[in-house]
Ligand binder design. Structure first.
Ligand SMILES: Nc1nc2c(ncn2[C@@H]2O[C@H](COP(=O)(O)OP(=O)(O)OP(=O)(O)O)[C@@H](O)[C@H]2O)c(=O)[nH]1
Ligand SMILES: [Mg+2]
Length: 404
């Protein structure tokens, strides 16, 4: 008896393979879910395997068509009626009419069978759509399992945590796998390799550099401008000026003016592209111009276009997209996508002190091509800011180091 197995991404595709290879009369003997790929127990691809044969005669479940007289055109064979035979025992071979109640019994049986099959299919689909169970202690071994739970505690998504553990396991030698510290530093290096840092703003005396901060509302743009201004002016003795284009709220102008007064810096308030040109010209002899902008919803395309034309007018050398670490991974991805259009050149992450775990930053850090400039970790001006550094950031997002 010829028996073959076929694998595909879905039951439907697997049955199509059977049909193409063995023809429409092939009988399906078994279906089951299998996993393929390296470390299939962790994240192998789920496939459906169908075992089929052409040599097995499986009775048709469908009644033969009725002819013009309302009788079956060709009598079903005894095999066709297996289990559905009429109580009269009217199962003899050869052309014969089927009594009405036999037909009714058959159809009822057919309906029941169909219901059972639908219910089986339903459970199969449910099972397939369920995420695979988390890897167990026994599957991973002591140190990798510990690492996996640490990633989950750091709010790394389960999918990403599995992927990272897989990669670490793949790279580690057998003797390393029992050493939690070695595995931890291997994991940190892996994540570090995905992070790009651009370093702090490079100010060259006499070469006016214009740096703008943009981003969603309330992420800490103005506070960060104040931290940068104080740091460059008071600590590094550079000549710094401030421009704000956030004229939508009176309080926003007052907020920056307060910082400008305390640090003793010139400040310009700009509301049109023309005013922008004039303000930049007046500050041309400064070493650093920091530009504050109004918070924008990533979905507000009109306001984002306005922001872009202001930045073009200012000829900004650097545009830092400010994102809060307490935003969801999806929210950060959306903001990064939408603000890319305004000409963003780097990422600046704020409020690291407020996040319960920083694993949500990982997808953005891995996917974004933008270099990171600064990290902020509190409301204190000018202290709570530091240049982004790959190794430290990797340990922070993996929960191996605390921000405070
Ligand atoms: N915990 C914490 N709070 C911060 C940090 N940075 C800023 N904040 C606070 O976040 C709040 C909003 O800060 P702003 O600087 O006004 O934010 P913004 O992005 O300028 O806001 P809009 O101009 O309204 O879009 C303030 O209460 C800041 O003190 C930080 O790193 N950590
Ligand atoms: Mg602001």
């Amino acid at each position: 008896m010829e028996v073959k197995t076929y694998r595909a991404g879905s039951l439907q595709e697997a049955l199509q393979l059977v049909r193409t290879d063995m023809g429409p009369d092939a009988a399906v003997l078994q279906t089951r879910e299998v996993r393929e790929g390296l470390f299939h127990w962790l994240s192998g691809t789920r496939r459906i395997e169908v075992t089929a044969s052409c040599s097995v005669n499986v009775p048709s479940r469908f009644p033969p068509p009725l002819d013009d007289t309302g009788e079956f055109a060709a009598a079903p064979s005894s095999a066709d009626w297996t289990g559905a035979a009429c109580e009269d025992g009217n199962t003899e071979d050869g052309p014969t009419s089927v009594p009405a109640h036999c037909d009714t019994d058959y159809r009822a049986k057919f309906r029941d069978d169909l219901r059972d099959e639908l219910s089986d299919l339903h459970s199969m689909v449910e099972q397939l759509s369920r995420p695979p169970a988390a890897p167990s202690h026994g599957q991973l071994g002591e140190s990798l399992f510990q690492l996996f739970t640490e990633l989950i505690d750091a709010e790394v998504s389960e999918e990403l945590a599995r992927d990272l553990i897989d990669r670490v396991q793949l790279e580690a030698g057998n003797e390393e796998r029992d050493d939690p510290e070695l595995m931890r530093s291997r994991l940190a290096r892996l994540v570090e390799a995905d992070i790009t840092c651009g370093g702090p703003i490079r100010v060259v005396p006499g070469q006016s550099r214009l740096v703008a901060l943009v981003g969603p509302t309330g992420v800490g743009k103005t506070t960060t401008i104040a931290k940068l201004a104080a740091s460059f002016h008071l600590r590094e003795r550079h000549r710094v000026g401030l421009i704000t284009v956030d004229t939508y709220r009176i309080a926003a102008v007052d907020q920056l003016r307060t910082y400008a007064d305390i640090i003793d810096l010139p400040m310009e308030v700009v509301s049109t592209p023309r005013e922008m040109r004039a303000a930049v010209a007046r500050m041309a002899d400064l070493d650093l111009i920091l530009m504050d902008t109004a918070g924008r919803s990533p979905s507000d395309e009109v306001r984002l276009r306005e922001l872009k034309s202001m930045l073009n007018e200012a000829h900004a050398d650097e545009v830092h997209l400010v994102l809060s670490s307490v935003t969801s991974a999806a929210g950060m991805r959306k903001a990064a996508e939408r603000f890319a259009d305004v000409g963003v050149t780097s990422l600046l992450l704020t409020k690291l002190d407020e996040a319960t775990g920083l694993g949500n930053l990982l997808p953005l850090l891995r996917q974004s091509k933008l270099p990171l400039s600064y990290l902020t970790n509190g409301q204190n001006v000018p202290d709570d800011i530091a240049g982004a550094e790959r190794g430290r950031l990797a340990r922070l997002v993996l929960g191996m180091e605390s921000i405070n």
